[in-house]
Ligand binder design. Sequence first.
Ligand SMILES: [Ca+2]
Ligand SMILES: [Ca+2]
Ligand SMILES: [Ca+2]
Length: 210
Amino acid sequence: MLTWIISGISVALVVACSGDEPDDSASDEPDDAETTCSSFVQSLSDCGVITGARLAGCEDDAPALPCAAACVANAGCEQLEATYCYGVFNSFASCLDDCQAGMLSPGFVCSDGSRIPAGWRCDGASDCPNGEDEDCPEGTFTCDGGLSIPAGWQCDGVGDCPDGDDELDCSGRTLTCDDGSSLPASKECDGALDCAGGEDELDCVKLTCP
Ligand SMILES: [Ca+2]
Ligand SMILES: [Ca+2]
Ligand SMILES: [Ca+2]
């Protein structure tokens, strides 16, 4: 749980800001179209929980996940600090947990409009009425640890590599360094200097715990 809470601030927002929210993600939360990544970060910053303004994967004008924003709006600063600094599982953490649970895997849409779980794609068995879930890219993807998985399992919404690296860099977004070189968006604010001038790590959000 602690792992998710600490990394959850980025995990939840990376998903939220990718613009890939499934259409059926409607919830009972009030529709707050004005909530953006930057306002989400601002509310955490206002409570003194974080410093910095740049959150990996989060573009300033992109809408934040509405339920995550509602969790923050309904929580007090003490709750935010307890969750992020001390890993306390309180009503705020529980709210985020429910929020993440609600972010269902987008799945795979068959040609007749029916949906199947993403993990059923390229698994060797036809699941769509016309079997198009098995029209898969040739070849394999090599995980960081050396394990090979079918190429079709990359970016299918299900972590297949031991470290989940088959689901990184799936947004197609890139980060442009000052010298014009391009990096995968996952290199932004990951704690390692990747641009020659280190600008990929400038002003990144950091927890400010006592
Ligand atoms: Ca299948
Ligand atoms: Ca995968
Ligand atoms: Ca970096």
